[in-house]
Structures are given as C-alpha cells and as structure tokens.
Design a protein around this ligand. Structure first.
Ligand SMILES: NC(=O)c1ccc[n+]([C@@H]2O[C@H](COP(=O)([O-])OP(=O)(O)OC[C@H]3O[C@@H](n4cnc5c(N)ncnc54)[C@H](OP(=O)(O)O)[C@@H]3O)[C@@H](O)[C@H]2O)c1
Length: 247
C-alpha cells in the first residue's frame, strides 16, 4: 500500500518553522533545558510543559492524568512534537542494583512503570492529537545502558531492562504508526551523561568533557530530532551525536 507524503514535507524534514503545539513531559534537568531551547529556536511553537508538579499535572504512572491529557490537548493547535524526558533511576528509598541480591520486585516495578509503561501510555494518550496530517515527532529519552547488545558491564538491572523494554515498545509503535500515521516519526534518544539529579550520584569518574550540561544535551537532542524524517527514520535508537545505538 502506498502512503501519501505529509503536507509540509517539502523542506528537509518539515522541522523548520514547525507550527503547532510542542509537549515536553518531565520537569527535570533535561526537560527544563529542552523547553528553554525550544523557546529560543522555535518560538512559533505553543509550548506545553507537563510533569508531576505542573498544573494540570502529568504523572506518567496515573491513568487519570493520562486521560486528562487528551482533554488538555483537545482544542489546542495540532500536536507536532512530543519529547518525553520523565525517567527514574533512584530515589531516597532505592538506587540501581549493582548485583542480583539487590534486585527487588518494588524497584523493578518502579523502573518499569515510569521508564517503560509511561512512554507507551503517553503515546496512546496523545495519538489522536498528533500531526493531523502534518509531519510530527514523538520522542522519548532512553539510555545507552538500555542497549542489550552493548551491555558489557552489567549491573543496574531494573533501569537497563526498563529502558530496553521502552525501546521495544516504541519500536513496535513505530511499526504500527508507519502504517497508520506515516507522518509521525518515533525516535528513542540517548542524551549522553548529563549533569542532572538523575546522574548526580554517579558523576564521579566521568571526565568533565563527557559530562554535558543540560543545555548542551538539549541542543544536541534537538539537532538530532531535526534530522529525522517521517516515516523512513521512524523507530530509530540514536545517541546525542546522531549515531545509531545497537538494540
Ligand atoms: N542525566 C543523564 O546522564 C541521563 C543519561 C541517559 C539517559 N537519561 C534519561 O534522560 C531522561 C531525563 O533525565 P534527567 O537527566 O533530566 O533527570 P532528572 O533531572 O532527574 O529528571 C527526571 C524527571 O522525571 C520526572 N518523573 C519521574 N517519574 C515521573 C512520573 N511518574 N511522571 C512524570 N514525571 C516523572 C521527575 O519528576 P519530579 O521532578 O516530579 O521528580 C524528574 O523531573 C530520563 O529518562 C533519563 O533516564 C539521562
């Protein structure tokens, strides 16, 4: 079956001068920097920045919040860009498991709920608002340590596995949307090690030049997204420099 090209695909990817709504989910370091960068680079976009502390709130573990998101998006300009930056690695109760003895059901459930179930349920919540026939981007932050092929060090069971599960869920989504919503590009992004609360306990030993500021990271991520063209690039797992990461 042949698909018609999205309306504004005459430019490289339809990214330049993108008009409509952009949704950034997650109010942490990278989320904040992305909102700022998008405001500078694409001031014509209507920015919606949601998380657990926003009004309305968007807790990715809450079906009520996800249902409400559909209503929030109805009546706004078409959704052209979604970037999910919500993620979980540690909290005051627990951190990443260095060895098997540390693996517990609650920690695994927490990691999977936010890092894997959250992004695919977010996709479901926003699907009917996406693009409206124009090109659109749905991206979510993954992590290189979620790569199964690249796992040589071990450890961090729940985080690794939940990011790998996210990758599979969104790759599956990309296959479906290539058929049903070919104007939408699904992209999994690794931001590089970035100085935020998520990485704070693990920054020792990271060479200064390899520890990005959230602003630098956000700039790289937007540069990479701008190069992705729906539908042919949909379903890729990419690092901050645009290189492909093995699944
Ligand atoms: N920083 C790095 O080095 C690095 C490396 C690779 C991948 N990543 C990925 O990049 C993404 C962004 O991380 P970051 O560095 O910006 O970390 P961060 O500053 O800790 O931000 C993470 C954000 O996720 C939010 N969050 C957690 N659970 C949520 C939920 N159920 N619903 C909605 N929001 C939720 C947190 O909300 P609250 O503010 O309400 O707590 C926090 O704002 C994550 O997916 C992370 O795995 C980061």
């Amino acid at each position: 079956m042949r698909h018609s090209q999205p309306a504004d695909m005459t430019t490289a990817s339809g990214w330049e001068g993108l008009k409509g709504t952009a949704l950034v989910v997650g109010q942490g370091g990278i989320g904040r920097a992305l909102v700022q960068k998008l405001g500078e680079r694409q001031p014509q976009l209507e920015l919606l920045w949601l998380g657990r502390r926003s009004t309305p709130s968007l807790d990715l573990s809450s079906d009520a919040d996800l249902n409400q998101l559909g209503e929030v998006l109805t009546g706004r300009s078409p959704l052209r860009l979604v970037i999910n930056t919500a993620g979980w690695l540690h909290d005051s109760q627990r951190g990443p498991e260095k060895r098997l003895a540390r693996v517990e059901r609650t920690g695994l459930e927490q990691a999977f709920s936010i890092n894997a179930f959250g992004p695919i349920l977010l996709a479901r919540a926003v699907e009917s608002s996406l693009g409206h026939g124009q090109s659109a981007w749905f991206s979510s932050l993954s992590a290189r340590v979620g790569s199964i092929g690249d796992n040589r060090l071990g450890g961090w069971y729940g985080y690794r596995a939940s990011k790998a599960a996210q990758n599979q869920l969104l790759r599956t989504l990309a296959v479906e949307w290539r058929r049903r919503l070919p104007s939408v590009c699904v992209t999994l992004l690794h931001p590089g090690t970035t100085a935020t609360p998520l990485s704070a306990p693990f920054q020792q030993g990271v060479a200064p030049e390899r520890l990005f500021s959230p602003e630098r990271s956000a700039g790289h991520l937007l540069d990479v997204l701008a190069q992705q063209k729906p539908p042919e690039d949909s379903g890729r797992f990419l690092a901050w420099d645009g290189s492909t990461i093995p699944w």
